[in-house]
Design a protein around this ligand. Structure first.
Ligand code: NAP
Length: 494
């Protein structure tokens, strides 16, 4: 029996994968298969369900520009609304029927003879597709801390990506390890329910005030009736985010004063909210604002004024069946361990599974041996018909949707050319890729990552070699413009 060759296989049914599928459908690719290891669509917004989860980019901006949602309940919508929005878009654009869940991709191999990709699925199944697109996310491989004795812990262990609502926290003695953006949202929500909460902080996070609020029904109705009104709000939101990103992060060398001003604002916020001077000192970051992903909250700092909440900054030395022991010799008895320890980007991601291109070229090994790189954050030489949406230098701006829509535009231009030339394969040239990598590497030199004081920040913006290869060091406007105007000869077609 002849094997089925799909037009494209997309791995990941989050916002990136949904956007790519919409673009492919618009280009006439009808036989798609979208595979996801989870039991439903939504990516990060399906996986993360912890109390307090909300988006921290204004919702009118954190959404597809071509599918505005007038009905966000708050300026920063709660997580469940994001998941609902993903489902709405997938249904409306008719890409849901291509999705297969509970399907774990273990690897993909380019078949040079047949000119297609073979996707290997756990359990032995194989799929074939002319195009392979990975939309597996940046923050999708949970990090579990390698702490001595952690496996011996006899109580309940919950990672924030596997929140278990059936666990009743009332009256428990809990520990939260980690103080990233997730912990900042979670801690104020759970603290009042617990008997005791000890927060283990290794690196303090910069936290600024959050200007949030419910979107009144009349404003939602206005957005529904006059989409231009919401578009104006989106534009303002995009503009502010762009300013923060370009001035505060990418061009830090010339705009240090802006970061200092934000640091001062965050320190005033801390001083206003935390009573105890010793706790305030512990919560004060010792690295430049922008080195590490900051966040905002009006409730996080205040939580440390509660009698049942303790901040521990002595390093954890081991975990015992009934408690945590720190370097100062203290043992804190606990019955519940919450791991707000984030994600592993650079070891178990990039790529999220083995991808083998032309002549056996292994993408993960290539990136690790030869520097993380991807032309326009999308394609890699040696990998024909492969679009890698979560690549080094691909994340542009602060709202993931600016990245997604630039990448959709790149796909449109590239695949349009493939069609025009009646080609069956495309591949970025070595020269174009080298030029882009050189340009990105030079631009990073202006950023906070090189010019700020980042040594103690332990930031996931840096890879294991200490290089800041995650964010595209240009404005989102530049990324969007290049996605629609890159030289078509930067690719070879066959
Ligand atoms: P994260 O920022 O990587 O934070 C992980 C925390 O765990 C850090 O404080 C880290 O300390 C700590 N940690 C990890 N391993 C540890 C160990 N062995 N011992 C002690 N501490 C350890 O992860 P996250 O908080 O889940 O946030 C990840 C990203 O998700 C955010 O930056 C943001 O981009 C996104 N996010 C977005 C939203 C939103 O939009 N609403 C909400 C939450 C998260 P070190 O800093 O010392 O490594």
């Amino acid at each position: 029996m002849a094997q089925t060759i799909h037009d494209a296989a997309i791995i990941g049914a989050g916002f990136g994968g949904i956007g790519a599928a919409i673009q492919l459908r618009q280009l006439g690719y009808d036989d798609l298969v979208i595979l996801d290891r989870e039991s439903d669509l939504g990516g990060t917004w399906h996986v993360n369900r912890y109390p307090g989860l909300a988006v921290d980019i204004p919702s009118s901006t954190y959404s597809y520009s071509f599918e505005p949602n007038p009905y966000w309940s708050r300026l920063y919508a709660p997580g469940a609304e994001l998941k609902g929005y993903a489902a709405h878009v997938a249904t409306k654009y008719d890409v849901r029927r291509h999705m297969r869940f509970d399907t774990v991709v273990e690897g993909a191999v380019w078949d040079e003879d047949e000119q297609h990709w073979t996707v290997n699925i756990a359990g032995g199944e194989r799929l074939h597709a002319r195009l392979l697109l990975t939309a597996t996310g940046f923050l999708s491989q949970p990090a579990f801390p390698d702490i001595e004795g952690i496996e011996s812990f006899a109580g309940t262990v919950i990672h924030t990506t596997r929140w278990d609502d059936s666990v009743d926290l009332a009256g428990r003695r809990a520990a939260v390890i980690g103080t990233g953006a997730t912990a900042v949202q979670l801690i104020p929500e759970i603290a009042p329910r617990l008997a005791e909460l000890t927060v283990y902080q290794r690196t303090a996070i910069w936290v600024t005030p959050k200007w949030d609020g419910a979107v009144p029904k009349r404003v939602q109705k206005l957005y529904a009736r006059v989409p231009l009104a919401q578009r104006a709000v989106r534009t303002v939101g995009n503009g502010i985010l762009e300013l923060i990103m370009v001035a505060g992060v990418l061009k830090y060398r010339r705009t240090k004063l802006l970061n200092r001003a934000v640091e001062k604002m965050a320190l005033r916020h801390l001083a206003r909210q935390v009573d105890d001077p010793e706790t305030r000192k512990k919560l004060t970051p010792d690295y430049t604002f922008g080195c590490k992903r900051p966040t905002f909250s009006n409730t996080y700092f205040r939580t440390f004024n509660r009698d049942n909440v303790h901040l521990e900054t002595s390093p954890i030395t081991r975990i015992e069946p009934d408690g945590i022991v720190t370097a100062d010799g203290t043992k804190t008895p606990i019955d519940t361990l919450v791991l707000a320890t984030g994600f592993n980007l650079w070891d178990t991601n990039f790529p999220a599974f083995e991808v083998i291109g032309r002549d056996g070229k292994d993408l993960g090994k290539f990136w690790r041996a030869r520097q993380f790189q991807a032309y326009e954050g999308v394609t890699v030489p040696g990998f024909p018909n492969f679009i890698s949406l979560n690549s080094p230098y691909s994340y542009s701006g602060l709202s993931y949707f600016t990245t997604i829509e630039s990448q959709m535009r790149h796909m449109k231009r590239l695949l349009g050319e493939v069609e025009k030339r009646r080609a069956s394969t495309f591949e970025v040239t070595e020269e174009a890729n080298a030029e882009f990598l050189g340009r990105m590497t030079d631009l990073v030199e202006d950023s906070v990552f090189v010019n700020g004081s980042c040594a103690t920040s332990r930031s996931y913006y840096f890879n294991q070699h200490g290089m800041a290869t995650l964010l595209r060091p240009t404005s989102t406007l530049n990324a969007f413009r290049e996605a629609g105007s890159f030289p078509l000869d930067d690719y070879s077609y066959a």
